[in-house]
Ligand binder design. Structure first.
Ligand code: ASP
Length: 439
Protein backbone atom coordinates (compact mmCIF):
# COMPACT_ATOMS: atom_id res chain seq x y z
CA UNK A 1 0.00 0.00 0.00
CA UNK A 2 1.06 3.55 -0.67
CA UNK A 3 -0.66 6.53 0.89
CA UNK A 4 -0.26 10.21 0.23
CA UNK A 5 -1.14 12.27 3.27
CA UNK A 6 -1.99 15.95 3.22
CA UNK A 7 -2.27 17.98 6.41
CA UNK A 8 -4.18 21.25 6.56
CA UNK A 9 -3.06 24.43 8.30
CA UNK A 10 -4.85 23.81 11.59
CA UNK A 11 -3.15 20.39 11.81
CA UNK A 12 0.22 22.13 11.61
CA UNK A 13 -0.40 25.34 13.51
CA UNK A 14 1.84 24.54 16.49
CA UNK A 15 4.49 22.10 17.76
CA UNK A 16 1.74 20.22 19.57
CA UNK A 17 -0.20 19.76 16.34
CA UNK A 18 2.99 18.71 14.53
CA UNK A 19 3.47 16.00 17.13
CA UNK A 20 0.00 14.62 16.48
CA UNK A 21 0.82 14.61 12.78
CA UNK A 22 4.13 12.86 13.46
CA UNK A 23 2.33 10.17 15.43
CA UNK A 24 -0.19 9.67 12.66
CA UNK A 25 2.51 9.29 10.03
CA UNK A 26 4.64 6.96 12.12
CA UNK A 27 1.65 4.79 12.97
CA UNK A 28 1.41 3.57 9.38
CA UNK A 29 4.46 2.93 7.22
CA UNK A 30 2.37 3.27 4.07
CA UNK A 31 2.17 7.02 4.74
CA UNK A 32 5.28 7.78 2.74
CA UNK A 33 4.51 11.04 0.96
CA UNK A 34 3.46 14.08 2.92
CA UNK A 35 1.96 17.35 1.66
CA UNK A 36 1.81 20.09 4.30
CA UNK A 37 -0.10 23.38 4.29
CA UNK A 38 1.30 26.48 5.96
CA UNK A 39 0.68 26.85 9.72
CA UNK A 40 -2.92 27.88 10.29
CA UNK A 41 -4.71 29.39 13.27
CA UNK A 42 -3.73 28.18 16.73
CA UNK A 43 -6.79 29.69 18.37
CA UNK A 44 -9.83 31.80 17.46
CA UNK A 45 -8.69 35.21 16.34
CA UNK A 46 -5.19 33.99 15.38
CA UNK A 47 -3.83 34.75 11.88
CA UNK A 48 -2.86 32.08 9.36
CA UNK A 49 0.76 32.33 8.20
CA UNK A 50 -0.46 32.63 4.59
CA UNK A 51 -2.40 35.77 5.53
CA UNK A 52 0.62 37.13 7.41
CA UNK A 53 2.69 36.60 4.27
CA UNK A 54 0.21 38.42 2.06
CA UNK A 55 0.20 41.30 4.57
CA UNK A 56 3.97 41.39 4.80
CA UNK A 57 4.37 41.37 1.03
CA UNK A 58 1.81 44.16 0.61
CA UNK A 59 4.01 46.30 2.89
CA UNK A 60 7.10 45.36 0.86
CA UNK A 61 5.36 46.20 -2.37
CA UNK A 62 4.30 49.57 -1.01
CA UNK A 63 7.95 50.27 -0.22
CA UNK A 64 7.32 50.20 3.56
CA UNK A 65 9.55 48.61 6.15
CA UNK A 66 8.37 45.00 6.37
CA UNK A 67 10.98 43.63 8.76
CA UNK A 68 8.71 43.41 11.80
CA UNK A 69 6.05 41.63 9.84
CA UNK A 70 8.61 39.12 8.57
CA UNK A 71 9.93 38.65 12.11
CA UNK A 72 6.45 37.77 13.32
CA UNK A 73 6.24 35.12 10.58
CA UNK A 74 9.63 33.77 11.51
CA UNK A 75 8.49 33.55 15.13
CA UNK A 76 5.68 31.19 14.10
CA UNK A 77 8.19 28.74 12.63
CA UNK A 78 10.75 29.13 15.38
CA UNK A 79 8.08 28.33 17.95
CA UNK A 80 7.36 25.07 16.13
CA UNK A 81 11.05 24.21 15.63
CA UNK A 82 11.81 24.80 19.29
CA UNK A 83 8.71 23.00 20.49
CA UNK A 84 9.77 19.95 18.49
CA UNK A 85 13.37 20.22 19.68
CA UNK A 86 14.69 20.24 16.11
CA UNK A 87 18.20 21.19 15.17
CA UNK A 88 17.14 23.38 12.26
CA UNK A 89 17.76 26.99 11.38
CA UNK A 90 15.77 28.91 8.80
CA UNK A 91 18.33 31.77 8.67
CA UNK A 92 19.25 31.17 5.05
CA UNK A 93 15.65 30.75 3.92
CA UNK A 94 14.54 33.97 5.61
CA UNK A 95 17.49 35.90 4.18
CA UNK A 96 16.46 34.84 0.66
CA UNK A 97 12.82 35.64 1.36
CA UNK A 98 13.66 39.14 2.66
CA UNK A 99 15.74 39.79 -0.44
CA UNK A 100 13.02 38.58 -2.79
CA UNK A 101 10.32 40.57 -1.00
CA UNK A 102 12.42 43.71 -1.34
CA UNK A 103 12.87 42.88 -5.03
CA UNK A 104 9.06 42.54 -5.34
CA UNK A 105 9.02 38.91 -6.39
CA UNK A 106 5.21 38.84 -6.47
CA UNK A 107 2.41 37.93 -4.07
CA UNK A 108 2.25 34.32 -5.28
CA UNK A 109 5.88 33.85 -4.40
CA UNK A 110 5.22 35.49 -1.03
CA UNK A 111 2.22 33.33 -0.15
CA UNK A 112 3.95 30.13 -1.27
CA UNK A 113 6.68 30.58 1.34
CA UNK A 114 4.24 29.47 4.04
CA UNK A 115 4.11 25.94 2.63
CA UNK A 116 7.75 26.00 1.50
CA UNK A 117 9.02 26.70 5.03
CA UNK A 118 6.57 24.31 6.66
CA UNK A 119 7.76 21.65 4.23
CA UNK A 120 11.33 22.25 5.38
CA UNK A 121 10.29 21.90 9.01
CA UNK A 122 8.23 18.79 8.30
CA UNK A 123 11.04 17.12 6.33
CA UNK A 124 13.48 17.78 9.17
CA UNK A 125 11.00 16.49 11.74
CA UNK A 126 10.23 13.27 9.89
CA UNK A 127 13.67 12.70 8.39
CA UNK A 128 12.07 12.65 4.92
CA UNK A 129 13.48 14.14 1.74
CA UNK A 130 12.26 17.68 0.88
CA UNK A 131 11.12 18.26 -2.70
CA UNK A 132 10.36 21.84 -3.74
CA UNK A 133 6.92 21.92 -5.39
CA UNK A 134 8.26 24.50 -7.87
CA UNK A 135 10.38 21.77 -9.42
CA UNK A 136 7.53 19.30 -9.97
CA UNK A 137 4.25 21.25 -10.36
CA UNK A 138 3.99 23.23 -13.57
CA UNK A 139 1.75 25.97 -14.89
CA UNK A 140 1.22 27.05 -18.48
CA UNK A 141 1.97 30.61 -19.48
CA UNK A 142 -1.75 31.50 -19.30
CA UNK A 143 -1.78 30.48 -15.64
CA UNK A 144 -3.62 27.19 -16.06
CA UNK A 145 -2.30 24.10 -14.33
CA UNK A 146 -0.32 21.87 -16.72
CA UNK A 147 -1.77 18.55 -15.55
CA UNK A 148 -0.15 16.05 -17.88
CA UNK A 149 3.25 17.66 -17.95
CA UNK A 150 3.20 17.83 -14.14
CA UNK A 151 2.14 14.22 -13.85
CA UNK A 152 5.06 13.07 -15.97
CA UNK A 153 7.60 15.20 -14.20
CA UNK A 154 6.31 14.40 -10.71
CA UNK A 155 6.14 10.64 -11.40
CA UNK A 156 9.73 10.65 -12.65
CA UNK A 157 11.01 12.67 -9.70
CA UNK A 158 9.24 10.58 -7.07
CA UNK A 159 9.99 7.18 -8.62
CA UNK A 160 13.28 6.90 -6.78
CA UNK A 161 12.04 8.29 -3.43
CA UNK A 162 11.31 6.12 -0.46
CA UNK A 163 9.52 8.98 1.24
CA UNK A 164 9.30 12.73 0.77
CA UNK A 165 7.66 15.99 1.82
CA UNK A 166 6.24 18.10 -1.01
CA UNK A 167 4.84 21.46 0.12
CA UNK A 168 1.29 22.23 -0.95
CA UNK A 169 -0.33 25.20 -2.69
CA UNK A 170 2.22 26.18 -5.34
CA UNK A 171 4.20 25.27 -8.42
CA UNK A 172 5.99 27.28 -11.06
CA UNK A 173 5.89 28.50 -14.65
CA UNK A 174 8.42 27.09 -17.09
CA UNK A 175 10.76 30.01 -16.34
CA UNK A 176 10.74 29.19 -12.62
CA UNK A 177 8.45 31.99 -11.40
CA UNK A 178 6.33 30.70 -8.55
CA UNK A 179 2.56 30.45 -8.98
CA UNK A 180 0.02 29.37 -6.38
CA UNK A 181 -3.30 27.66 -6.77
CA UNK A 182 -6.29 29.50 -5.32
CA UNK A 183 -6.70 29.58 -1.53
CA UNK A 184 -6.91 26.16 0.08
CA UNK A 185 -4.94 24.77 -2.86
CA UNK A 186 -2.75 22.36 -0.88
CA UNK A 187 -5.62 19.90 -1.29
CA UNK A 188 -4.93 20.00 -5.02
CA UNK A 189 -1.23 19.34 -4.51
CA UNK A 190 -2.03 16.24 -2.44
CA UNK A 191 -4.26 14.97 -5.20
CA UNK A 192 -1.61 15.62 -7.87
CA UNK A 193 1.01 13.75 -5.86
CA UNK A 194 -1.37 10.82 -5.31
CA UNK A 195 -2.06 10.60 -9.04
CA UNK A 196 1.63 10.73 -9.99
CA UNK A 197 2.45 7.95 -7.54
CA UNK A 198 -0.62 5.88 -8.44
CA UNK A 199 -1.22 5.79 -4.69
CA UNK A 200 -3.78 3.47 -3.15
CA UNK A 201 -5.25 6.21 -1.00
CA UNK A 202 -5.11 9.97 -0.60
CA UNK A 203 -5.64 10.86 3.05
CA UNK A 204 -6.63 14.45 3.60
CA UNK A 205 -6.20 15.34 7.29
CA UNK A 206 -8.08 18.31 8.64
CA UNK A 207 -9.84 19.47 11.80
CA UNK A 208 -13.26 17.89 11.24
CA UNK A 209 -14.16 14.22 11.30
CA UNK A 210 -15.22 14.12 7.67
CA UNK A 211 -17.64 15.67 5.28
CA UNK A 212 -20.84 16.72 7.01
CA UNK A 213 -24.33 16.17 5.67
CA UNK A 214 -24.89 19.89 5.86
CA UNK A 215 -23.39 23.14 7.08
CA UNK A 216 -22.76 23.08 10.87
CA UNK A 217 -23.44 26.82 10.99
CA UNK A 218 -27.02 26.01 10.04
CA UNK A 219 -27.66 22.64 11.66
CA UNK A 220 -26.05 21.92 15.00
CA UNK A 221 -23.66 18.98 14.95
CA UNK A 222 -24.75 17.46 11.65
CA UNK A 223 -24.10 13.80 10.84
CA UNK A 224 -20.89 12.80 9.06
CA UNK A 225 -21.13 11.33 5.56
CA UNK A 226 -19.43 7.92 5.59
CA UNK A 227 -19.06 7.57 1.86
CA UNK A 228 -19.63 9.93 -1.01
CA UNK A 229 -18.90 9.70 -4.73
CA UNK A 230 -16.76 12.24 -6.57
CA UNK A 231 -19.85 13.36 -8.50
CA UNK A 232 -21.93 13.90 -5.39
CA UNK A 233 -19.09 15.83 -3.85
CA UNK A 234 -18.77 18.00 -6.95
CA UNK A 235 -22.45 18.90 -6.76
CA UNK A 236 -22.23 19.73 -3.08
CA UNK A 237 -19.00 21.65 -3.16
CA UNK A 238 -20.18 23.63 -6.15
CA UNK A 239 -23.12 24.65 -4.02
CA UNK A 240 -20.90 25.86 -1.24
CA UNK A 241 -20.11 22.84 0.93
CA UNK A 242 -16.45 23.05 1.77
CA UNK A 243 -14.01 20.65 3.28
CA UNK A 244 -11.86 20.04 0.24
CA UNK A 245 -10.83 22.45 -2.51
CA UNK A 246 -13.24 21.78 -5.36
CA UNK A 247 -10.46 21.23 -7.90
CA UNK A 248 -8.79 18.62 -5.70
CA UNK A 249 -11.04 15.91 -7.02
CA UNK A 250 -9.85 15.96 -10.62
CA UNK A 251 -6.33 14.46 -10.44
CA UNK A 252 -7.32 11.52 -8.22
CA UNK A 253 -10.54 11.01 -10.13
CA UNK A 254 -8.47 10.48 -13.28
CA UNK A 255 -6.56 7.75 -11.51
CA UNK A 256 -9.51 6.29 -9.57
CA UNK A 257 -7.85 6.90 -6.19
CA UNK A 258 -10.18 7.29 -3.20
CA UNK A 259 -9.80 10.20 -0.80
CA UNK A 260 -10.23 9.73 2.92
CA UNK A 261 -11.03 12.90 4.88
CA UNK A 262 -9.68 12.40 8.41
CA UNK A 263 -9.43 14.39 11.64
CA UNK A 264 -5.92 15.02 13.01
CA UNK A 265 -7.38 15.58 16.46
CA UNK A 266 -9.38 12.34 16.34
CA UNK A 267 -7.47 9.91 14.14
CA UNK A 268 -9.57 7.02 15.42
CA UNK A 269 -12.66 8.34 13.57
CA UNK A 270 -13.12 6.72 10.16
CA UNK A 271 -13.90 10.07 8.49
CA UNK A 272 -15.38 10.24 5.01
CA UNK A 273 -14.39 8.14 2.01
CA UNK A 274 -14.70 9.86 -1.35
CA UNK A 275 -14.84 7.23 -4.09
CA UNK A 276 -15.46 6.92 -7.82
CA UNK A 277 -18.45 4.66 -7.38
CA UNK A 278 -19.91 2.39 -4.75
CA UNK A 279 -22.62 -0.17 -4.23
CA UNK A 280 -23.05 1.07 -0.67
CA UNK A 281 -26.17 3.08 -0.14
CA UNK A 282 -25.95 6.25 1.86
CA UNK A 283 -27.43 5.96 5.29
CA UNK A 284 -30.13 8.58 4.83
CA UNK A 285 -31.22 8.32 1.14
CA UNK A 286 -29.70 11.72 0.64
CA UNK A 287 -25.96 12.24 0.93
CA UNK A 288 -25.85 15.95 1.58
CA UNK A 289 -27.57 19.32 1.46
CA UNK A 290 -25.81 22.52 0.45
CA UNK A 291 -26.82 25.86 -0.92
CA UNK A 292 -26.03 29.44 -1.72
CA UNK A 293 -27.83 32.71 -1.38
CA UNK A 294 -27.92 35.67 -3.71
CA UNK A 295 -29.49 34.70 -7.01
CA UNK A 296 -31.79 36.53 -9.38
CA UNK A 297 -34.39 34.78 -11.54
CA UNK A 298 -34.99 36.42 -14.91
CA UNK A 299 -38.24 35.04 -16.31
CA UNK A 300 -39.07 35.65 -19.92
CA UNK A 301 -42.62 35.08 -21.19
CA UNK A 302 -43.68 34.81 -24.77
CA UNK A 303 -46.61 32.99 -26.31
CA UNK A 304 -45.54 30.17 -28.63
CA UNK A 305 -41.93 30.55 -27.52
CA UNK A 306 -41.43 26.85 -28.06
CA UNK A 307 -42.01 27.00 -31.77
CA UNK A 308 -39.63 29.89 -32.28
CA UNK A 309 -36.36 28.41 -33.47
CA UNK A 310 -33.30 29.87 -31.78
CA UNK A 311 -35.26 31.56 -28.98
CA UNK A 312 -33.16 30.16 -26.13
CA UNK A 313 -29.92 30.75 -27.95
CA UNK A 314 -30.79 34.41 -28.52
CA UNK A 315 -31.66 34.93 -24.87
CA UNK A 316 -28.57 33.14 -23.63
CA UNK A 317 -26.27 35.03 -25.94
CA UNK A 318 -27.31 38.28 -24.26
CA UNK A 319 -26.03 36.90 -20.96
CA UNK A 320 -22.90 35.65 -22.65
CA UNK A 321 -22.17 39.02 -24.26
CA UNK A 322 -22.29 40.58 -20.82
CA UNK A 323 -20.06 37.89 -19.30
CA UNK A 324 -22.73 36.67 -16.90
CA UNK A 325 -22.61 32.99 -16.05
CA UNK A 326 -25.85 31.06 -15.85
CA UNK A 327 -26.57 28.90 -12.87
CA UNK A 328 -29.79 27.12 -13.80
CA UNK A 329 -32.50 27.28 -16.39
CA UNK A 330 -35.80 25.78 -15.33
CA UNK A 331 -38.31 26.38 -18.14
CA UNK A 332 -42.01 26.07 -18.97
CA UNK A 333 -43.97 26.03 -22.23
CA UNK A 334 -44.19 29.74 -22.80
CA UNK A 335 -41.68 30.82 -20.19
CA UNK A 336 -37.99 30.53 -19.79
CA UNK A 337 -36.25 31.27 -16.54
CA UNK A 338 -32.58 32.06 -16.19
CA UNK A 339 -30.97 32.06 -12.77
CA UNK A 340 -27.87 34.17 -12.32
CA UNK A 341 -25.70 35.45 -9.48
CA UNK A 342 -27.14 38.68 -8.16
CA UNK A 343 -23.77 40.36 -7.67
CA UNK A 344 -22.69 39.56 -11.24
CA UNK A 345 -26.01 40.53 -12.75
CA UNK A 346 -26.95 43.76 -11.03
CA UNK A 347 -24.29 45.89 -12.64
CA UNK A 348 -25.43 44.92 -16.13
CA UNK A 349 -29.11 44.48 -15.35
CA UNK A 350 -30.52 47.13 -17.66
CA UNK A 351 -28.17 46.26 -20.52
CA UNK A 352 -29.21 42.61 -20.27
CA UNK A 353 -32.92 43.36 -20.05
CA UNK A 354 -32.93 45.67 -23.02
CA UNK A 355 -30.73 43.18 -24.89
CA UNK A 356 -33.32 40.44 -24.30
CA UNK A 357 -36.10 42.81 -25.34
CA UNK A 358 -34.38 43.49 -28.63
CA UNK A 359 -33.31 39.90 -29.24
CA UNK A 360 -36.64 38.08 -28.79
CA UNK A 361 -39.36 40.71 -28.21
CA UNK A 362 -40.94 38.88 -25.27
CA UNK A 363 -44.45 39.53 -23.91
CA UNK A 364 -43.01 40.15 -20.44
CA UNK A 365 -39.81 39.95 -18.47
CA UNK A 366 -39.89 39.54 -14.71
CA UNK A 367 -36.90 39.86 -12.42
CA UNK A 368 -37.04 38.28 -8.96
CA UNK A 369 -34.06 39.03 -6.67
CA UNK A 370 -32.87 37.58 -3.35
CA UNK A 371 -33.30 33.92 -4.11
CA UNK A 372 -31.34 31.09 -2.53
CA UNK A 373 -30.66 27.77 -4.20
CA UNK A 374 -30.47 24.55 -2.22
CA UNK A 375 -29.13 21.32 -3.68
CA UNK A 376 -30.27 18.06 -2.14
CA UNK A 377 -27.80 15.50 -3.42
CA UNK A 378 -27.81 11.72 -3.22
CA UNK A 379 -26.90 8.77 -5.39
CA UNK A 380 -29.69 6.87 -3.64
CA UNK A 381 -32.44 9.16 -4.93
CA UNK A 382 -32.70 7.38 -8.27
CA UNK A 383 -33.87 4.18 -6.65
CA UNK A 384 -35.95 5.67 -3.88
CA UNK A 385 -39.53 6.63 -4.37
CA UNK A 386 -40.83 9.78 -2.80
CA UNK A 387 -37.62 11.73 -2.21
CA UNK A 388 -38.99 14.84 -3.88
CA UNK A 389 -42.26 14.37 -2.01
CA UNK A 390 -40.46 14.30 1.31
CA UNK A 391 -38.49 17.43 0.48
CA UNK A 392 -41.60 19.37 -0.45
CA UNK A 393 -43.64 18.20 2.48
CA UNK A 394 -40.78 19.22 4.79
CA UNK A 395 -40.79 22.67 3.21
CA UNK A 396 -44.57 22.94 3.37
CA UNK A 397 -44.56 22.01 7.06
CA UNK A 398 -42.00 24.70 7.70
CA UNK A 399 -44.27 27.12 5.80
CA UNK A 400 -41.64 27.77 3.16
CA UNK A 401 -42.67 28.77 -0.32
CA UNK A 402 -40.70 26.86 -2.92
CA UNK A 403 -40.02 29.26 -5.80
CA UNK A 404 -38.28 26.92 -8.20
CA UNK A 405 -37.59 23.21 -8.68
CA UNK A 406 -35.05 21.60 -10.93
CA UNK A 407 -34.18 17.92 -10.88
CA UNK A 408 -30.83 17.35 -12.55
CA UNK A 409 -30.99 14.93 -15.45
CA UNK A 410 -28.51 12.70 -13.62
CA UNK A 411 -31.14 12.22 -10.89
CA UNK A 412 -28.32 12.88 -8.50
CA UNK A 413 -29.75 16.09 -7.19
CA UNK A 414 -32.86 18.15 -6.74
CA UNK A 415 -32.36 21.88 -6.71
CA UNK A 416 -34.90 24.11 -5.11
CA UNK A 417 -35.15 27.88 -4.99
CA UNK A 418 -36.46 29.66 -1.91
CA UNK A 419 -36.20 33.25 -0.82
CA UNK A 420 -32.91 34.22 0.89
CA UNK A 421 -34.78 34.69 4.16
CA UNK A 422 -36.01 31.10 4.16
CA UNK A 423 -32.60 29.59 3.34
CA UNK A 424 -31.52 28.36 6.78
CA UNK A 425 -35.01 27.24 7.77
CA UNK A 426 -35.35 25.26 4.53
CA UNK A 427 -32.05 23.44 5.02
CA UNK A 428 -32.94 22.61 8.61
CA UNK A 429 -36.32 21.19 7.66
CA UNK A 430 -34.87 19.00 4.88
CA UNK A 431 -32.13 17.78 7.21
CA UNK A 432 -34.69 16.99 9.90
CA UNK A 433 -36.88 14.89 7.68
CA UNK A 434 -34.10 12.80 6.17
CA UNK A 435 -31.60 12.53 8.99
CA UNK A 436 -33.30 13.18 12.31
CA UNK A 437 -36.69 11.60 11.85
CA UNK A 438 -35.60 9.43 8.91
CA UNK A 439 -39.19 9.36 7.78
N1 ASP B 1 -2.04 28.06 2.93
C1 ASP B 1 -2.91 28.25 1.82
C2 ASP B 1 -4.17 28.97 2.26
O1 ASP B 1 -4.26 29.39 3.38
C3 ASP B 1 -3.20 26.98 1.09
C4 ASP B 1 -3.78 25.87 1.92
O2 ASP B 1 -3.78 25.93 3.14
O3 ASP B 1 -4.24 24.89 1.33
O4 ASP B 1 -5.05 29.14 1.46
Amino acid sequence: MLKVVKFGGSSLASAEQFQKVGNIIRADQDRRFVVPSAPGKRFDGDTKVTDMLYGCYAAAEAGEDFSDKLKAIRARYDEIIQGLGLDLSLDDEFAVIAENFAAKAGSDYAASRGEFLNGKVMAAYLGYEFIDAASVILFDEDGSFAADETNKRMAKRLASCENAVIPGFYGAYADGRVKTFSRGGSDITGSIVARALKADLYENWTDVSGFLVTDPRIVEDPAVVEMITYRELRELSYMGASVLHEEAIFPVRKAGIPINIKNTNHPENPGTMIVATTSKRSKYTITGIAGKKGFVAVTIDKDMMNSEIGFCRKVLSVFEENQISIEHMPSGIDTMCVLVHQDEFQEYEQVVLSGIQRAVEPDAIEVVPDLALIAVVGRGMKETRGTAGRIFSALAHAKINCRMIDQGSSELNIIIGVSNDDFEKAIKSIYDIFVLTQM
